[in-house]
Design a protein around this ligand. Sequence first.
Ligand code: PMP
Length: 439
Amino acid sequence: MNNRAKTCIDPACWLPFTANRDFLQRPRLLQRAKGMYYQTPDGRPILDATAGLWCVNAGHCRSEIIDAITRQVQEMDFAPTFQMGHPLVFQLAQRLIGLMPASLQHVFFTNSGSESADTALKIARAYHHGRGEPQRTLFVGREKAYHGVGFGGLSVGGLPRNKAAFGPLLDSELLPHTLDQEHHRFTRGIPAWGDDPGIALDKIIQKYGSERIAAVIVEPVAGSAGVIVPPQNYLQQLRNACDKNGLLLIFDEVITGFGRLGTPFAAHYFAVTPDILTTAKGLTNAAVPMGAVFVSDNIYQSIMTNAQEGIELFHGYTYSGHPLACAAAMATLDIHEKEGLLTRGREIAPYFENALHSLRDLPLVTDIRNIGMMGAIEMQSLSEHIGARGMAALQKAFDRGLLIRNTADTIALSPPLIISEEEIDIAINIIRETLLSLA
Ligand code: PMP
């Protein structure tokens, strides 16, 4: 098996966000998956502490989803999306809207988190354009944010290395990030206090004028940068500042959606409703790619009313609302309903939190952060090579049968929401051994 796997690992395939040259020397391969576990080509079980890439929230290879996809591909493989529809996409939209805060009444389907971010930004501009304010083109993002890799999402993202090689982007400004390690190291859940983002937003507004700004976009909890939890009241303060200045507020809930925090969406957790909410990943349990952008009735009606005759928004994808993705999403929602997974995080999160924080006194650990079923363990970086410890941790945990994710020298955990207390213990013990072996 190993040989067969080895022979196909060559540079023909260029892996995304991967150190390809290193990978070819030492490939990490996954071939099967079921429930909480992956399996390598040589049959080694790997406990999945990251739900794939923050997405397989209901656990792997769920038979309900497999059956739904199989039935759908036999019934209708694809339907054109422009000027046509199919019943399932309307059923799915209805069901998803039922999960949303009341004002978000419309959904535009995409195929990924990146497409969702770009779609949200374009809808924000189209909204202002339609209302006679086409000069509102500037976006405000946040340091350390990740909104995918399209030129739109990249422009409002706050991870410098993601932007470095790609030249001019859209006009944007960044709010400061909210990682305050001086005061909030080892905070459990939401840090008690922090700066009001309205102050930083005011500075940006003073520079450009609020009449030039289209929207502010944030991940309610920044995931990719290493689970950065906003301080108490931060999102409400941001909502207030946007309202005061006529700016739209966009939440990127690609990670925080579908039960990750123990509520259906982070908007529920923080009791703050954005004007636009993007998601992807957990929507289909990652079995088929799909993203979605939820839009307030106000924005939708405005675009519908102000558009000329005919097509209201010149935007969309060949695979928007793909029948197989819709079938997977419907089956995923069935599982969530039946098993209460959208709120299970609330029950299991305290156990997860305690387990995570039991690592705090280990060598190399400089911070631990968590909220719902997301957690991060930050390690001291090697001054000569930032990220080396994180990569070593990924490899060593993998060798010990655990899938984690690393961002630089931070280990991020986001297990499937079906995880048991015993499995949390297994994961944390492997991380403990891994950290000790790195010290
Ligand atoms: N936004 C956020 C918050 C994400 O975490 C991600 C992916 N990790 C994306 C957008 C991009 O999603 P995709 O990789 O599906 O394009």
